[in-house]
Write a new protein. Structure first.
Length: 117
């Protein structure tokens, strides 16, 4: 019985290691995708309030808030660009909405993921 438990434990460890290796193909993680989307929203907001008129703060109150971001998968493309399918649940104007979007990401020279348009 002890041998069976050890064999089962070894099998589980091997399976987890295989899954983790498969996931580390260079594609962005869910945490990285969330950061990219949140950072992009901040950049867009900053562009709106370049002249310090307060419009940025007003728009910030209206911008969607990410409640959940779920990375469904990424596919590698040319020029190290990944196309990722993302399910996002956002709240905007008191309404919650879930949608699927495809976004394109590429690492910059500093090794940070950025949106590619």
């Amino acid at each position: 019985m002890k041998q069976f438990k050890k064999l089962t434990t070894f099998g589980i460890i091997l399976s987890v290691a295989t899954i983790l290796t498969a996931c580390s193909d260079g594609a962005p993680s869910e945490t990285e995708v969330r950061k990219v989307l949140e950072d992009q929203m901040k950049v867009d907001l900053g562009q709106l309030d370049k002249d310090n008129t307060g419009i940025g703060q007003m728009v910030n109150n209206m911008l969607p808030k990410f409640n959940n971001i779920s990375l469904q998968g990424c596919e590698s493309g040319s020029n190290d660009i990944y196309t990722c399918s993302v399910e996002a649940t956002v709240t905007m104007f008191g309404q919650e909405k879930t949608s699927m979007e495809n976004i394109r990401l590429k690492k910059n020279k500093e090794g940070q993921w950025r949106l590619v348009h």
